[in-house]
Design a protein around this ligand. Structure first.
Ligand code: FMN
Length: 190
């Protein structure tokens, strides 16, 4: 993908918030500017899981309210290079797959797809029903990258932070963002 300088982060109300600071840490290391939108549920689950409000995530320089359709990223003319929805609920996946712009997260995702920019959806639910699977396929066919936060173990993470950093580094790989040496243990064979 083209050089990623500025990215939109959508936080929706799925479990898995520990991945958010990990990704922000890696993006900050590459001086990537991050603007954020948290859905109402995203704000609640972030507070529940990490004890933080979105505004307390230091690497995000600007937050937009989820009902602010006048915000710059609601238009394709605003210069954003990519969008990540992390974590992405099944509800937001359904909206994005269906082109329904019920809040600013959905609208920005829709804009990202229509502008043919990378849109990564870290969809999280288990187990998955047929609707979830169909929506994932629809979003994939529309150009989104479906990247569920599934931890890996071949890297033998010492703790949850290391596990989260590895997944965050895989997101960076998919966006073409370099990751600092040591933040990911790449498979070298046995
Ligand atoms: C603690 C907690 C964890 C949740 N985890 C998930 C989840 O993993 N996946 C999901 O699709 N919804 C999950 N939900 C439900 C969503 O938050 C809910 O469907 C919400 O309406 C989604 O809205 P949003 O997509 O605008 O954030 C969770 C809710 C709570 C309170």
């Amino acid at each position: 993908m083209a050089d990623c300088q500025r990215l939109i982060l959508g936080i929706t109300g799925a479990t898995g918030m520990l991945y958010v600071p990990a990704l922000l840490q890696l993006l900050a290391a590459q001086n990537i500017e991050v603007h954020g939108i948290a859905s109402d549920s995203g704000r609640k689950v972030l507070r529940f899981e990490l004890g933080l409000d979105p505004e307390q995530l230091p690497q995000v320089t600007r937050w937009f309210a989820p009902d602010d359709f006048t915000a710059p990223p609601a238009s394709g003319s605003a210069p954003y290079d990519a969008m990540v929805v992390l974590p992405c609920t099944m509800g937001s996946l359904a909206a994005i797959a269906g082109g329904y712009c019920g809040n600013l997260v959905h609208r920005c995702a829709d804009v990202t797809l229509k502008e043919r920019r990378p849109l990564l959806l870290a969809v999280r639910e288990t187990p998955l029903n047929r609707t979830h699977l169909n929506n994932m396929l629809t979003a994939h066919e529309a150009g989104a990258i479906l990247c569920p936060p599934m931890p890996s173990f071949y890297n033998r993470p010492k703790d949850m932070d290391e596990m989260a950093l590895h997944f965050a580094a895989r997101i960076c790989d998919l966006l073409g963002v370099a990751v600092p040496a040591g933040s990911i243990k790449r498979w070298q064979g046995f």
